[in-house]
Write a new protein. Sequence first.
Length: 161
Amino acid sequence: MGALTSRPQVRKEAMLYAEDLAEGQQFQLGEYTISEAEILQFARQYDPVPLHTDPEAAAAGPFGGLIASGFNTIAIYQRLIVEAVWSKVAAIVGRSLEIRLPAPVRPGTKLTGRSEVQKITLRPERRDAVAIFKTELTDGEGKVVLILVLDVLIRLRPGKT
């Protein structure tokens, strides 16, 4: 599988609750380099089309070579966002996703990015908040390869009435 250049660490900082978040607040993601072997393995199991599973067929295709399945890119997003955000924020559950894949991901690509709080609406009567996070993953040249907007519920700080 691909190589993470950041490792999960024991969380030393306090958990962030909805009241701790602000519109415009950003979280930097770690880095992940995807290998050809991972692209092939993932696609053979979950998205078995020649563009992702057959380097020779992919070379003759519209992208001129093997590219990662969009679902593989989304799985990498999930790994990076859990480490950078959801290991620190008191999330309850995601409610919806909007996904765009504006550019292909090729073998050897180093992915990174950032996630930004677009909107947060506190709901004290429900002891939660609705937050909208927009995340962009970029390749090593800064080209955006994934845009994901997530609507998520986040806990309010415990003990408040």
